[in-house]
Design a protein. Structure first.
Ligand code: NAI
Length: 303
């Protein structure tokens, strides 16, 4: 069973995309009375039309977590223009601490996937509060950033999305690190096709596109939801896909005691393996900026 906690824009979109894939039964939990129950009915009716035999249940009670294999945490606030980053950090830390306690109590064997922002910091909070092993607590951000990066490159080069292979690692935020040195167009190194300058431009544009989407429509939910679906599929089917995932580092990439996006093998146990690749100087600079900013946020909150 897959449980989604928080059935707002991202949570409900995710539930509908997951149901269509028929990966497992789905439980929806939210604090708003009626909302998860209503979403469960509506998405169930959609699944019927897909002939996807998935049971959906909605609840306002955390006891519904019992029996979850994967718990996806998307409860909490999205940043509004009137909020500082610090406001968001403090409010969502409170929510994630409370929800993580419930997961520990009702679904002690589950894998926990964090979506709530600031995602890297919230992953760390959930890891510490649950006390689960590090392979079972991780976060989604790099999948979304990578989809934006690949979309941009495919359009710039006039090629199919499917021919662009590349990842964005690091902080899910301003210091995200597109791995241009490791990006290829079906094996052909990106820089050979695009050149040094245009590659740099694409990397810069990738860092800015999230803010553009938020400015235009106030939120983003289709693309993040699909990133989660891909990760869930790799776990449920034990596909062992190599994806950029936020995970706890203990010496890898020269850093410790922080959760941040790196390439991992994702399978039935969650994080099966962390893959270390050498970074170019500019990539290392951004990656380390991300580490510093996540560590500063962690040290400013009470866990
Ligand atoms: P939303 O406001 O539409 O939905 C949040 C839901 O969480 C609401 O339905 C609310 O009632 C619920 N909630 C609040 N406290 C709760 C609790 N204690 N237990 C259960 N449910 C609770 O927000 P939206 O747009 O769905 O975003 C949710 C989070 O996801 C935000 O923090 C946002 O920044 C983050 N996000 C992360 C992305 C990523 O790539 N990691 C991408 C997009 C959004």
């Amino acid at each position: 069973m897959i449980t989604i906690i928080g059935t707002g824009r991202v949570g409900s979109t995710l539930a509908s995309q997951l149901a269509a894939e028929e990966l497992d039964d789905i439980t929806l939990i939210d604090i708003v009375k009626g909302l998860p129950q209503g979403e469960a009915l509506d998405i169930g009716h959609m699944a019927t039309q897909y002939a996807a035999d998935v049971d959906l249940v909605g609840s306002n009670d955390y006891q519904a977590l019992a029996g979850s294999d994967i718990v996806i945490l998307v409860a909490g606030l999205a940043r509004r223009p009137d909020m500082t980053r610090m406001d968001l950090l403090n409010k969502n830390t409170g929510i994630i601490k409370q929800v993580a306690e419930q997961i520990k109590q009702h679904a002690p064997n589950s894998k926990v996937m964090m979506i709530t922002n600031p995602m890297d910091v919230m992953t760390y909070v959930a890891l510490k509060v649950t006390g689960f092993p590090t392979n079972r607590v991780f976060g989604m951000g790099g999948m979304l950033d990578s989809s934006r990066y690949r979309n941009l490159l495919a359009k710039t080069l006039g090629v199919s999305y499917s021919s662009v292979n590349g990842m964005v690692i690091g902080e899910h935020g301003e210091s995200m690190t597109p791995l241009a040195s490791r990006t290829s167009i079906n094996g052909i190194p990106l820089k050979e096709l695009l050149g040094e300058e245009k590659t740099k431009e694409a990397v810069e544009k990738t860092r800015k596109i999230a803010a553009e989407v938020i400015a235009l429509k106030g939120a983003t939910f289709y693309a993040p939801a699909q990133g989660v679906v891909k990760m869930v599929e790799s776990i449920v089917k034990d596909k062992r896909c190599v994806y950029p995932v936020c995970t706890y580092l203990n010496g890898q990439y020269g850093v410790s005691d922080v959760c941040i996006g790196v390439p991992v093998v994702l399978g039935k146990n969650g994080i099966e393996r962390i893959i270390e690749v050498p970074l170019e100087d500019s990539e290392k600079e951004y990656f380390m900026k991300g580490v510093q900013s996540i560590k500063a946020a962690i040290s400013s909150i009470q866990i």
